[in-house]
Design a protein around this ligand. Structure first.
Ligand code: HPA
Length: 269
């Protein structure tokens, strides 16, 4: 099943053709149910999709009405650490491109490498470091989507970022900006790794987002991305954080993020 075939399969089933998509990461999946849902399709029913096995990931593709626009929501994503080939991890993003998605909003839960970014912080990603050990574009170039050597300059759209920062300010929501470093996981980082990442300029560490964002840029989709800080990284304490802790912090911050994203979508052309 190619991404084009999957896109055509979806076009026959979606009541409207969306131009905006959101990937809801760890602890954020429940947000989908707070919008007016127009259609829900479980990943297991979608040809070419694999199943999400990560904790608190639900595994549905949802078409929702947000601020009067049809928005495609991924309720849960596929991670490289689950054992899927990178081509499977980014398959839904390529399907989005074939569906005509123009703007992609990516969210995740991340560990903090800065004391100034405590758990619960909402951080707009301004750039990334790919330390996953693999680039999702390795392999034959899909010319129909984009060029062989796509630029990664201003990958996280500065104009989108400015719009969102203004919305946050108007609504008195404190948000931060930061650089996201992606590891493959699933083991968490060592202290030495965290110290190195912080020296490189990274503010956040996580196990997702970079694959989807690189594929989106290749296909000419504009990107906005947010992390919710669920824990301090191993730089500051040696305690492993629990899944409950992650979900708690993601829950509080996700309401703030929801407000910003709803405002942003309202302003999108
Ligand atoms: N490290 C990597 N990924 C994460 C973390 C972390 O500390 N927290 C949430 N996702």
């Amino acid at each position: 099943m190619t991404y084009i075939e999957t896109a055509n399969w979806l076009k026959e089933r979606l009541p409207q053709q969306p131009e905006i998509a959101i990937i809801l990461g760890t602890g954020l999946s429940d947000l989908a149910e707070e919008f007016e849902i127009l259609k829900t399709i479980p990943y297991r029913d979608i040809p070419g999709f694999v199943q999400s096995t990560a904790p608190s990931h639900k595994g549905n593709l949802i078409l929702a009405n947000i601020s009067g626009k049809a928005v495609l929501l991924m309720q849960g994503r596929f991670h490289f650490y689950e054992g899927y080939a990178m081509s499977k991890v980014v398959f839904p993003t390529r399907v989005m491109a074939a569906l005509g998605i123009k703007s992609l909003i990516v969210t995740n839960a991340a560990g903090s490498l800065r004391t100034e970014l405590p758990p619960g912080s909402v951080v707009r990603i301004t750039d990334h470091i790919n330390f996953m050990g693999i680039n999702p574009l390795v392999g034959e170039n899909l010319e129909a989507l984009g060029e062989r050597f796509p630029s990664m300059n201003e990958l996280y759209d500065p104009e989108y970022g400015q719009i969102c920062d203004e919305i946050a300010q108007q609504n008195k929501i404190e948000t931060f900006t930061g650089i996201y470093l992606a590891v493959s996981g699933p083991s968490l980082e060592t202290k030495a790794e965290c110290a190195a990442f912080a020296l490189w300029g990274a503010d956040l560490v996580g196990m997702s987002t970079v694959p989807e964002v690189v594929i989106a840029r290749h296909a000419g989709i504009k990107v906005l991305a947010y992390s919710i800080v669920t824990n301090y990284s191993n730089l500051f304490h040696s305690l492993a954080h629990s899944q409950e802790e992650i979900r708690h912090h993601a829950g509080v911050a996700s309401q703030q993020l929801k407000q910003v994203l709803t405002g942003f979508i309202a302003q999108l052309a």
